[in-house]
Design a protein around this ligand. Sequence first.
Ligand code: NAD
Length: 282
Amino acid sequence: MSAVLMDGKALARDIRAAVKEKCLTMKTPPTLAVVLVGDDPASAIYVRHKAADCAECGIRCLDYTLGGDTTEQRLLSLVDELNERADVDAILVQLPLPPQIRENVVLERIDPRKDADGFHPDNVGRMLQFAPRFLPCTSAGILALLRRYEIDPDGKHCVVIGRSNIVGKPTAVLMLQAHATVTICHTHTADLAAQCRQADILISAAGRAGLVRADMVKEGAVVIDVAMNRGEDGRLCGDAEPAVAEKASFLTPVPGGVGPMTRAMLMENTLRGALLRRGAAE
Ligand code: NAD
């Protein structure tokens, strides 16, 4: 058996088209402010992609690039300014931040009604209560991809590898909300392979190439590979070794699976921010 490859690129294109259609009906375009601090090359690429996605969707994108020596106070003042501005609907501060800036302090400063990434504790709390306002983009993207392929987590055993605030934890919560039975694995998990073999849906977000071997995957399981690693040959790869495609029923390719979905969900969150703030006016 060879797994069906889940086409995140195609679904992301459909989502951007739907966002664009809605944006065209609005009096003024939704506006996303993207703040990049420092010159991390990967972050710079992500920010460029986000600007291109915005252009395609008819979202106004405001780019702020600050030097790597920016103080926490300077960044907080910019966040305050963007919070206050009536023409800004959503704010994204690109992570990671340089070491002199505390990530949690900055994320908590963003107005939770403009929190495009969904990382503010207020939004995390709402998600935990199954009454979300904004959902973290990668986790929301995974759920959208499962829906597109009519894979219903209800009653399934879902194993998530990774417990970060950005991917692992929110993904586990959304799978729980979708009525899966959820196991979260991490670096202290005693027997990762045994846990993974229990999974009907295995979601790997460890960032370790080759961590998920074919013998750890139950025949016919759905495997969502979130990771973006550089292989020894310099090419982008996920956590799953290639042979996993022979065991799984569905598999997300890397690249072209979860990555494009994360970006598409940011466009949805920006539109959502605009609709929330403008309310009945639109
Ligand atoms: P992270 O380093 O913050 O977290 C990794 C998690 O994996 C940790 O909780 C750790 O306990 C666990 N882990 C690591 N090695 C393990 C092992 N050997 N066994 C068991 N658990 C292990 O990373 P993150 O920010 O959560 O990102 C994870 C991966 O997902 C990275 O490859 C990142 O590039 C990728 N990512 C992809 C997208 C996307 O859109 N596709 C978005 C965000 C992150």
